[in-house]
Design a protein around this ligand. Structure first.
Ligand code: SAM
Length: 196
């Protein structure tokens, strides 16, 4: 997953591609500017325009940014309609993802909106609630992927919460691991939680 990739998001996308299949239902818990949403759409959309990406962000401006980015990047209207966007906190993801949808991946890209207000960041309490919600909706064989930025104030506290959640998961039903560039101390940390 790591060879030739310089950005943590590229590594995360490579991991997602190994799990997500055409037609799957996935969740982007932090849409931001829509880069991850688009990557997920390409992974799930099949020729019959099936699959679904549920995307959310606490900021209306991020939802607008994701929506216009998708309009620019995806010509096919039917494919674009596979993305459902909601301006809500990710701790409420169970309110928007249908109960009968087997969710293959829940992706978190924590921190602040690039190009936006750097004080509006993800915070440990709601991140923890969102991880709990993600663990409930995820199907067997699915993955929770959490990219944590530790270079900004509060980033390391958030990493502590994510690691503590990851280490609390029972070994018989979850495999938790952490990817970190050890020769780049403030590089984002990727936490991967696989539900067996
Ligand atoms: N995935 C994005 C992309 O590809 O452009 C980048 C995401 S950005 C690093 C983090 C996003 O999390 C910001 O847009 C921010 O508004 C959002 N966010 C902060 N708190 C949130 C919350 N409680 N629920 C959902 N989104 C939140």
């Amino acid at each position: 997953f790591v060879t030739g990739k310089r950005r943590a998001t590229e590594v995360a996308h490579a991991v997602w591609r190994s799990i997500v299949r055409k037609g799957d239902t996935v969740v982007d818990a932090t849409c931001g500017n829509g880069n991850d949403t688009l990557a997920l759409l390409k992974m799930v959309a099949d020729e019959r325009a099936q699959g679904c990406v549920y995307g959310m962000d606490i900021q209306d401006s991020a939802i607008e940014s994701t929506s216009s980015f998708l309009k620019m990047a995806v010509d096919d209207d039917h494919q674009r309609e596979l993305v459902k966007l909601f301006p809500i906190c990710h701790s409420r993801m169970e309110e928007i993802v249908p109960k009968d949808a087997p969710v293959r991946l829940v992706a978190f890209n924590l921190g602040y909106l690039p190009g936006g207000d750097k004080t509006l960041i993800t915070v440990p309490r709601t991140t923890e609630l969102a991880l709990q919600a993600a663990s409930r909706i995820l199907s067997s064989g699915g993955l929770i992927s959490v990219l944590v930025y530790i270079g900004h104030p509060g980033g390391r506290d958030e990493l502590d919460v994510v690691e503590s959640f990851a280490s609390s998961l029972p070994l018989d039903t979850w495999a938790s691991c952490k990817l970190q560039m050890v020769n780049r101390p403030v590089a984002p940390v990727l936490i991967l939680l696989n539900k067996k």
